[in-house]
Design a protein around this ligand. Structure first.
Ligand SMILES: Cc1cn([C@H]2C[C@H](O)[C@@H](COP(=O)(O)OP(=O)(O)OP(=O)(O)O)O2)c(=O)[nH]c1=O
Length: 623
């Protein structure tokens, strides 16, 4: 049993499969498990609506099936099994649970519901360890579930009925058998194929491994990998133990039953990485020494690789291609984007390793969050900011050493230009201007709702977003406060380029764009002035000019809303903001009390600060 030594643990035990499913029997027989089949008499009649999630229903049904068999064997046949395995497979679509169809009409109803859509197949599995004490059955129950996503093609009426008349649907959840004729209906499968057929073998072996080979608690933490516990490979598990070793002996055992040199990555149950340990074994195979691996430091060392992989995949628009069509193989993507197949494959695998893509036997696909944040047309696309990070910030950061030594921005080294004025640089070429505006738009759009709702701003009838660029925040303000009129005031170079950033559906009155320089020109009148991501970029003398002008323009009762990332008082958190300072603009990031002090100097009082949890926080103060 080299492939799965853990199954060898069951050889000397009386194992019972509480299922009539020929597929489950076949799957388990194929891997060499010896067991008795005792179909359950439990009727699958649990109230579906009483379960919060479909998988809970499948797990509970599997449990009842297995318990019924364990009890029956114990009481009626006086043959207490060592282990009873129960399973239940269901299909879930549109919040509905589909089991086996009761007749052809029912099969038709199910299959037409699945046509052209993705659905989930859940199998709940229960492993019951049984023992008899004073003639009483004692049980220890372990359960888990597995989810596989399956997408059907559009099914014509003719095809549907032909399939139903084949008789195949009748004893199968959802009315289809993926392993036979039903396979022809399937466009893709995402996840464990055997799970659809009725038994998630891989997860089952991992569960057994977890039960029979518990890792040393104080040296090894689990990798968080979906709901599946960590066992690097089944091959890595020692098979050297005597067959008489029981589940109970090993449960909570302190002896490490793993081979030498196995490296367990680590993540605690809350998903936070902790330092890993490489166990070193003595002659008895027991770990007596451990070298700490500083995972956090290793992650920091590799951080640049991860960033660059994300940047390059974004630049090549790989996420856009996969959003349009997926899954796709590396060769197809390479062909579309005009890159080498081997290089593209490595990049796609890196993206999959970073959790940006999913890799399936059919090819690569975007995760949901990749579609939302990384595709350039995603609802909250960060594409613009990522390209800015690659083209502008990355070259600057390669000169960080010089920046620290000299205490100044490194435009001259990175781009061969002087850093006279930050924005001259951004607006020099049309391409750079567009890229910079797209970057600002990304962040403004992602944060607009949280900034606009950080405080109740409904009392303000007019607002002016100074340096409001594409108007992303202005639009959101007008959407949330329909009685508010918002003006964006920005440099003429910016205003001239805002049209491609306007929402396609205009559901509010239009934002007014006014061009001008907020350091030198008169400001439009408003009850509420807004400075979003402005103050951190400028030196004190410039801020003095700007805040003085705003303060003068404000009437009593008017207010200023500042949107910035606010540092904690120690100025070491959030790290993202602290790291931003390293680009060495002449401005600086500030803590809450620093913003308060600064604003008070210009006659603003009653300062309130709201940490939003988003990329920008909000500071509101009144004149
Ligand atoms: C979706 C799908 C299900 N199935 C089968 C797996 C299960 O046998 C069945 C779902 O019904 P279940 O109630 O899980 O199992 P069963 O009635 O066959 O056996 P028992 O109750 O005794 O455990 O559907 C396939 O064979 N192929 C498929 O593609």
């Amino acid at each position: 049993m080299a492939l799965s030594p853990v199954l060898g643990k069951l050889v000397s035990k009386r194992v019972v499969l509480a299922s009539a499913s020929p597929r489950r029997q076949e799957i388990l027989t194929n891997v060499g498990l010896r067991f008795e089949v005792v179909p359950s008499w439990f009727k699958e009649t649990l109230e579906k609506s009483s379960f919060a999630a479909p998988y809970e229903y499948a797990v509970e049904t599997a449990k009842q099936k297995a318990l019924e068999v364990a009890n029956r064997m114990h009481v009626k046949h006086l043959r207490t099994p060592d282990i009873v395995i129960g399973a239940d497979t269901i299909v879930s679509v549109d919040e509905q649970i589909l089991e086996k169809p009761v007749d052809k009409q029912d099969a038709y109803r199910m299959l037409s519901r699945l046509s052209g859509k993705e659905h989930s197949v859940f199998t709940g599995v229960v492993i019951i360890h049984c023992s008899s004490k004073d003639n009483q059955l004692e049980t220890e129950i372990t359960d888990f579930y597995e989810e596989t996503k399956v997408k059907f093609s559009d099914l014509s009426e003719e095809l549907l009925w032909e399939y139903i008349h084949s008789g195949e649907p009748m004893d199968k959840a959802g009315g289809y058998g993926i392993q036979a004729l039903g396979g022809m209906l399937v466009e893709y499968v995402h996840g464990d194929f055997l799970n659809v057929v009725g038994f998630p073998l891989n997860h089952f072996c991992k569960k057994l491994a977890e039960l029979y080979y518990p890792p040393l608690k104080h040296t090894i933490q689990h990798i968080k990998h979906d709901s599946i516990p960590s066992v690097d490979t089944f091959e890595s598990l020692s098979d050297g133990e005597s067959e008489s070793s029981s589940f109970k002996e090993h449960k909570g055992a302190s002896k490490l039953d793993s081979p030498s040199g196995v490296i367990y990555n680590s993540e605690n149950s809350s998903g936070v990485r902790t330092d890993s340990v490489i166990p070193l074994e003595n002659q008895n195979g027991v770990s007596d020494n451990a070298t700490k691996v500083p995972s956090k430091i290793l992650d920091l060392m590799d951080g640049f690789r991860a960033s660059k992989a994300l940047f390059v995949a974004s630049k090549l628009k790989i996420f856009d291609h996969l959003k349009k069509k997926s899954p796709q193989k590396a060769a197809d993507i390479a062909n579309e984007v005009g890159t080498s197949v081997c290089g593209t494959e490595r990049l796609l695998d890196a993206c999959a390793a970073l959790g940006l893509l999913e890799k399936t036997p059919q090819g690569y696909r975007n995760t949901d969050s990749t579609n939302t944040y990384l595709a350039s047309d995603g609802e909250f696309s960060l594409h613009g900011y990522i390209i800015h990070s690659n083209d502008h910030l990355w070259p600057l950061f390669t000169h960080l050493e010089s920046a620290v030594k000299e205490g100044s921005r490194q435009n001259h080294r990175a781009f061969g230009k002087k850093t006279e004025d930050l924005f001259n640089d951004y607006y020099q070429s049309q391409e750079v201007k567009q890229r910079f505006m797209a970057a600002m738009h990304s962040i403004a759009h992602l944060t607009a709702r949280d900034v606009a709702t950080a405080f109740d701003l409904s009392e303000f009838k007019t607002a002016c977003d100074l340096g409001g660029c594409t108007g992303a925040l202005a639009h959101e303000l007008m959407r949330i406060y329909p009685n508010m009129k918002v003006t964006v005031f920005d440099l003429p170079e910016a205003i001239a380029n805002t049209s491609c950033f306007q929402p396609s559906e205009q559901c509010t009155a239009p934002v007014t764009f006014v061009s001008g320089d907020f350091f030198t020109d008169d400001l439009p009148e408003a009850d509420l002035y807004i400075l979003s991501r402005v103050l951190h970029d400028w030196p004190d003398e410039k801020i003095h000019v700007l805040l003085k002008k705003i303060s003068t323009a404000c009437k009593p009762g008017s207010a200023l809303l500042v949107a910035e990332s606010v540092l904690d008082e120690q100025k070491t958190h959030p790290p993202r903001v602290v790291l931003q300072s390293l680009s060495m603009t002449e401005g600086k990031q500030r803590s809450g009390s620093e913003y308060k002090q600064l604003l008070e100097k210009y006659g603003f009082t009653n300062t309130q600060i709201k940490i939003t949890g988003n990329l920008l926080d909000a500071v509101l103060c009144f004149k």
